[in-house]
Design a protein around this ligand. Structure first.
Ligand code: N01
Length: 542
């Protein structure tokens, strides 16, 4: 098992190579659970993370306003009834500080910390074919060798800052929401810019507009934001959660996206207009993603149906913004509802009624450069004390392709994934034996799918140990078939026509490809189970 932190420091300074059966990269929701499970196999396992605390997404994204848009009771781990009974969710959509506390509680409760090495950024992982081992190097010079390497790096962890000219020249403070400082940031009275209007910016802007001196929001694409309708969890509801966790988890394992919503099976346009509107109003008054995942099923496949609901949302936005010209800028018209992740908000649009908030549409007046004083658009220079980049992530592939990973024959992972993710089941890539991608790559509420992948990997390693196998990798044929199948499913959605992180098109130069697996979570889970039940069909075990 892992050594103590003090011993580790000595090992690192001597330059000795640490040896493990399995190494996990990432101390987020997935990585922590993977560590818990692999320890049960009795193998030596160590988890590395570049943060100085556990929590992954909930460690890094500590910007004001950050919170779940999943219902809290569906987001916690389901594997331990003791944990479920001990933990109280304070809000229906829990905030970042509470979520980080939860993951720290998990790390303590299951005594995970002795096997976690923080402040360790993985820079390279090279497969040694003759020894069937992965050789890892970390930024601080630490080296480690492992039979199994598990990337639990999350789908939204590689921060993206647009390559504006002059970014470094700004004399004020520059912040990215994905690496928000631990110390409080004093925004009071400051002239603040926010670049971006995605789900992160929507939460951030709503929270800080009242605090800053002046806020300028640089928007490229307006979003179909819908009300979150958060509320405290009452003692009675808390008890109901605890009494019914079994049913809650059973339900979210059966729904397409792992949320407790069912699509309405009727076809939108076959339902009389008044009845349609009544459903839209009902969904609008409900909390969470009800408006998306509880809507008519064909809003995500039929353009006319989608447009019907999109127009309803546009009118909701118009009704909340006092200045009609500003309202029109905030109304999305160039993409279907749901083709970008729907931001859930708690008073976002009203912020644009404030005297200290200005909306700049960068499609009308593009950002030309960042200057020492602020931001220069095509028509003027704006001066700021603080620029906040809420500009998102190089999603899904970015966190892996930024590491120098080399498989059989020295093939780089970056080249292998140059045209988009190439995997079998989203879990392994041919030519990279014993390297598992423990990332929830389906369109699915995070933990419910992450638990499934962790358990699949754990079962796979147990199976290998029992049968005496030392190496596993997919066949190129199985991988190619999976890539084609995923592309075929993607072609039935209309996600490809919209620029978003789903398609990788938010990153200049990234080849467009749907980065998530567009099947229902139960179908995905069943396929993974079936492959395992058939002796890991499509994989070569040696
Ligand atoms: O990132 P985004 P995010 N010039 O990519 C803009 C999860 N999440 O961090 O839309 C000007 O969505 C960009 O503009 P455009 C959730 O899955 C969950 O907000 O590309 N603007 C966009 O407005 C979400 O989907 C929660 O035209 C530029 C913004 O930056 C994912 O994280 C909360 C630009 C980026 O939006 C990512 O959300 C928050 C440029 N050059 C996030 N480049 C929960 O509630 C980019 N932009 C759990």
């Amino acid at each position: 098992m892992g050594t103590s932190l003090q011993q580790d420091a000595t090992v690192a300074s001597r330059g000795a190579v640490e040896q493990y059966d399995a190494i996990i990269i990432g101390a987020g929701v997935t990585g922590l659970y993977q560590l818990y499970r692999l320890r049960q196999l009795g193998i030596s396992v160590r988890l590395f993370d570049d943060g100085d605390g556990v929590g992954g997404t909930w460690y890094w994204n500590r910007y004001p306003g950050c919170r779940f848009d999943s219902e809290s009771e569906t987001y916690g781990y389901s594997f331990s009834n003791e944990l479920l009974q001990e933990w109280d969710w304070k809000e229906h959509y829990s905030g970042q500080p509470e979520n980080e506390r939860y993951l720290n509680y998990v790390a303590d409760k299951f005594k995970l910390r002795p096997d976690i090495q923080l402040k360790s950024r993985l820079t390279s992982a090279v497969y040694d074919e003759s020894a069937n081992r992965w050789d890892l190097k970390f930024e601080d010079g630490r080296r480690a060798r492992t039979q199994y390497l598990i990337g639990a790096v999350g789908i939204l962890s590689a921060r993206f800052t647009p390559p504006f000219e002059g970014v470094e020249s700004f004399k004020g403070r520059s912040l990215h929401t994905g690496t928000w400082p631990k110390e409080p940031v004093n925004l009071a009275g400051k002239r603040v810019a926010v670049i971006g209007t995605g789900p992160t910016a929507v939460q951030l802007i709503t929270e800080i507009a009242k605090e800053v001196g002046h806020l300028t929001v640089f928007q490229r694409t307006p979003n179909y934001c819908a009300p979150l309708r958060n509320a405290p969890v009452t003692a009675e509801t808390q008890q109901r959660f605890k009494d019914t966790y079994h049913e809650i988890h059973q339900r979210i394992r059966e729904t397409p996206a792992g949320f407790a919503y069912d699509f309405d099976p009727r076809k939108t346009l076959e339902v009389p207009r008044e009845e349609r509107l009544a459903l839209y109003e009902k969904l609008w008054a409900m909390p969470g993603f009800s408006k998306w995942l509880g809507n008519f099923h064909d809003i995500m496949s039929n353009r006319e149906a989608n447009e019907d609901f999109a127009e309803f949302v546009r009118d909701k936005i118009r009704a909340r913004v006092k200045d009609p010209a500003v309202a029109e800028k905030l109304v999305p018209k160039d993409h279907p509802f749901g083709s970008k992740r729907v931001p859930l908000e708690s008073g976002y649009f009203e912020q644009f009624n404030r005297d200290n908030v200005l909306l700049v549409d960068v499609r009308e007046t593009p950002i030309e450069r960042v200057t020492p004083k602020g931001i220069k658009t095509s028509d003027q220079e704006y001066e700021f004390d603080i620029i906040i980049y809420a500009t998102g992530f190089d999603a899904v592939s970015g966190a892996l392709t930024r590491i120098d990973i080399r498989g059989q024959g020295g093939r780089t992972f970056k080249d292998t994934w140059a045209d988009g993710p190439r995997t079998y089941l989203g879990i392994q890539t041919a030519g990279f034996p014993n390297f598992f991608i423990a990332t929830n790559s389906a369109f699915c509420n995070y933990p419910v799918c992450a638990e499934m992948i962790v358990e699949w990997i754990t079962d796979c390693l147990r199976y290998m140990s029992e049968k005496g196998f030392k190496r596993i990798a997919p066949t190129p044929h199985a991988e190619q078939a999976w890539v084609e199948h995923a592309a075929e499913l993607a072609s039935h959605t209309f996600l490809s026509g919209t620029s978003s992180w789903f398609m990788g098109t938010n990153i200049p130069g990234k080849k467009p490809a749907l980065l998530l697996y567009a099947n229902s979570a139960p179908n995905y889970r069943n396929k993974c189970k079936e492959v395992a039940a058939n002796g890991y069909e499509g994989f070569v075990l040696e």
